[in-house]
Design a protein around this ligand. Structure first.
Ligand SMILES: C[S@@+](CC[C@H](N)C(=O)[O-])C[C@H]1O[C@@H](n2cnc3c(N)ncnc32)[C@H](O)[C@@H]1O
Length: 288
């Protein structure tokens, strides 16, 4: 097998001179040749897409993202397949595992939690497989932030409150402090900041925000295991959430939302269903 980084670089070089024809020829959601990288959704098996479910049901081998993919989903739709967790496996192990099964004629699917496009590290696996001659494609899923907003019965964008959404993560082993932009998103004031991969570091995140002079009363909402039976919501502020989360004892599998949209307070009716609705329907935002 080619070294994964060399494979990634080689695939990037090819893309630089030639657009992948599948981009034009195929649509998202379409069944394609190769190994599908499927978004399993946030947890509840009902939140897997119809296409995702059908592909999982037809699989001989399911490589899944471990504890963030609900075992109920695997039992319900993938009981007849061999199931392998990707936890603790590097690319050098995962890629030959999927390649060899595919080349042996088995139906292989790769299940990522949420949507593979958000903190999924899907592309490096796809590039390494493509480099080995195994086609791949993505079947989207419901990302944790969308499950969390449904749990909270709110929108992430809300007229007069939040005009933007940031999907982000805090500094740590993977992200250098200078690439941590949480403070900047909060500073903007009208951004709903959805923080992935930060449950264990909420205290430090909040301390940094306080040190940088952010309002300690800024709302922070933590949604543990959105859409799972043991889902829990912990509400607080930049000043209080660290202590509350510590008391609740969650160190992983939660989404942290900073901003007023999570509380649904103070929003205004929208332009879309106001005066704007009576104007010419030729304007393209009419169906948003
Ligand atoms: C490796 S990332 C994968 C994200 C995934 N690709 C997605 O789109 O949701 C894992 C992080 O996603 C968040 N997460 C995933 N599922 C979640 C859920 N059901 N409820 C809350 N947060 C979740 C947590 O922040 C967790 O640390």
């Amino acid at each position: 097998m080619t070294d994964p980084q060399d494979a990634i670089d080689a695939e990037a070089d090819t893309r630089a001179v030639e657009r992948d024809p599948r981009i034009e020829d195929r649509t998202a959601g379409e069944r394609q040749e190769g190994i599908p990288f499927i978004g399993a959704g946030p947890g509840d098996p009902g939140l897997l897409t119809v296409t995702g479910r059908e592909l999982v049901e037809a699989a001989d081998l399911i490589v899944h993202a471990g504890s963030l993919v609900n075992s109920e989903l695997l039992d319900e739709y993938g009981a007849s397949a061999e199931q392998v967790s990707s936890i603790g496996k590097d690319l050098e192990e995962l890629v030959p595992l999927m390649r060899d099964a595919y080349e042996a004629g088995r139906t292989v699917v790769r299940l990522h939690s949420g949507d593979p496009a958000i903190y999924g590290a899907a592309l490096e696996q796809m590039d390494a497989l493509e480099h080995e001659g195994v086609p791949t494609y993505i079947v989207p899923g419901v990302t944790a932030a969308f499950a969390a907003s449904a749990t909270l019965r709110t929108q992430l964008t809300l007229n007069g409150v939040a005009n933007h959404v940031a999907f982000t993560r805090p500094q740590g082993q993977t992200l250098d402090p200078e690439d941590d932009h949480i403070g900047e998103f909060v500073e903007m004031g009208d951004v709903t900041t959805c923080i992935y991969l930060g449950t264990h570091a909420v205290d430090e995140m909040m301390d940094r925000l306080l040190e940088d002079g952010h309002d300690p009363e800024t709302p922070v909402t933590v949604i543990y295991h959105a859409s799972w039976p043991d889902e829990e919501i912990i509400e607080g502020t930049i000043g209080t959430i660290g202590e509350r989360l510590e008391a609740a004892g969650y160190r992983a599998s939660a989404l942290v939302i900073i901003g007023d949209a999570a509380r649904k307070a103070g929003y205004e009716r929208s332009y879309l269903y106001g005066d704007w609705a009576n104007r010419s329907s030729t304007e393209s935002e009419a169906d948003d």
